[in-house]
Design a protein around this ligand. Structure first.
Ligand code: ARG
Length: 464
């Protein structure tokens, strides 16, 4: 094996370079190059501060800041050659800066360490993803609101245990997901507010003896303030975990909805038709139109849960402050973020394009004795019957309908009176599914008037 020379950034005390296996396990450039823009923004802010505080001369500061822009344009233009020997994005950028501007490049790392540098870069990257998740959720919520508004009074079966329970409205079902995705949005917003403190200037772990101004760099990078404890600043990955936790809950919601779309688009349900743009065919069965996007959303979610668990495992038991274990934070978060954004966009596309089959929904809404509770409630209201007795009378009528193979509204008044003599013709008024949903006007209930009020409240909330 050829002997390599020691690392130009930290190799002063090393006689030999690393073994190829050491280089392979140690390098993060294969993935952390995704943080190039954040790394350069952090370095430019640090350099400006070193100039402002008189730690660097103006000419060195200027050379560094301009050189960094050149490096950025090389990376963005694809001409930059990343080197594994230079381990990570921080040292790749700095080495190239040295090629470009010479000696002043070596002064950039004054009062800073890769430990606070990587924490800063990663926070900036995750912060952008939190904003992107909020944008993706907003777009999805808009698509759901459009569905809810169009179908505020379309009836469909509501389920518990996936058994027909009571009729609900299409709009109400869509709005249930708006509530879930709305909470997801606020989780990302809360996490963003909590994480927005700058690690830069914490240096390796203990701060620095140079007269740096951490408030200045924090402000330049859009942080609310510098993180208050240097040990914590370099060893905190809560922000990445909070992103993954919020992403996991959001992913769980996406997966539940995806599952419903898979069921609803089947020939047995026919509740929705997914657009051609978000379905695929089968190479052998010509009749097939498969809900692949929904299935992949349902499946991809596991990667996000996995990333959350994996990073918790990396962080648990680590002594303060930085340990190289923490380099394993990035790939998990990158993969989770990529898949979350893709799943959000695919779900938005499916919801925008899908059409609810109003007739199938309505036919299904009335089957399965879905208005049995309305009948029991009527017995309570009209005949002043205790609810438990009304439940029993209704159960007897359901059994009668079931044995005749018909639905509740198909029983005659005589049938009804054979079970309870005081039942009158009025009862038929509550057995229709439209009356059933219209009657559920309690706050948050399924009545179209409630659904329309919720749609309006959400439109004001997201547009206002
Ligand atoms: N590539 C490293 C990471 O991602 C950067 C920090 C390295 N710090 C150190 N002291 N070796 O965590």
């Amino acid at each position: 094996m050829t002997k390599k020379t020691s690392n130009q950034m930290w190799g002063g005390r090393f006689a030999a370079g690393p073994d190829a296996i050491m280089e392979a396990i140690n390098a993060s450039i294969g993935f952390d190059q995704r943080m190039a823009a954040q790394d350069i923004a952090g370095s430019r802010a640090h350099a400006a501060m070193l100039g402002q505080t008189g730690i660097l001369t103006d000419s060195d500061t200027q050379a560094i800041r301009e050189g960094l822009l050149t490096v950025l344009s090389e990376i963005e233009g694809g001409s930059f050659e990343f080197s594994t020997a230079l381990e990570d994005i921080h040292m790749n950028v700095e080495a190239r800066l040295k090629d470009l501007i010479g000696e002043p490049a070596g002064r950039l790392h004054t009062g800073r360490s890769r430990n606070d540098q990587v924490a800063t870069d990663f926070k900036l990257w995750v912060r952008d993803q939190m904003d992107a998740a909020v944008d993706g959720l907003l777009a999805l919520i808009r698509a759901l609101l459009a569905q809810a508004e169009a179908g505020a009074d379309w009836v469909m079966p509501g389920f518990t245990h996936l058994q027909t329970a009571q009729p609900v409205t299409w709009g109400h079902h869509m709005m249930a997901y708006v509530e879930m995705f709305g909470r997801d949005m606020s989780r990302f917003q809360d996490a963003r507010a909590r994480m927005n403190e700058s690690p830069l200037g914490a240096a390796a772990l203990a701060g620095t003896s140079f007269p740096i101004d951490r408030h200045m760099t924090a402000e330049a990078l859009g942080f609310d303030r510098p993180a208050a404890n240097s040990l914590d600043a370099v060893s905190d990955r809560d922000f990445a975990l909070e992103f993954l936790a919020a992403a996991s809950i959001c992913a769980m919601h996406l997966s539940r909805f995806a599952e419903e779309l898979v069921i609803w688009s089947s020939a047995q349900f026919r509740f929705v038709t997914l657009s051609d743009r978000f379905s695929t065919g089968s190479s052998i069965m010509p009749q097939k139109k498969n809900p692949d996007a929904a299935e992949l959303i349902r499946a991809k979610i596991g990667r996000i849960f996995g990333a959350n668990t994996a990073l918790l495992m990396v962080m648990k038991g680590l002594p303060l402050a930085y340990s190289k274990d923490m380099q394993e934070d990035k790939e998990q978060v990158f993969d989770a973020a990529d898949n979350l954004m893709l799943a959000l966009a695919a779900m938005e596309g499916m919801v925008k394009d899908m059409s609810a089959n109003r007739d199938s929904l309505e036919a299904a809404a009335g089957s399965g004795f879905s208005t049995a509770t309305d009948l029991a409630d009527w017995l309570v209201r009209a005949l002043n019957m205790p609810f438990r007795d009304a439940h029993h009378v209704t159960g007897t009528l359901v059994a009668m309908a079931e044995s005749r193979g018909c639905d509740l509204p198909d029983l005659t008044l005589a049938d009804m009176q054979s079970v309870h003599a005081e039942i009158t013709d009025d009862v038929f008024g509550v057995l229709g599914v439209h009356n059933s949903v219209a009657s559920r006007t309690s706050y948050g209930g399924t009545a179209p008037v409630q659904v329309r009020a919720q749609v309006k409240a959400w439109q004001e909330r997201i547009n206002g």
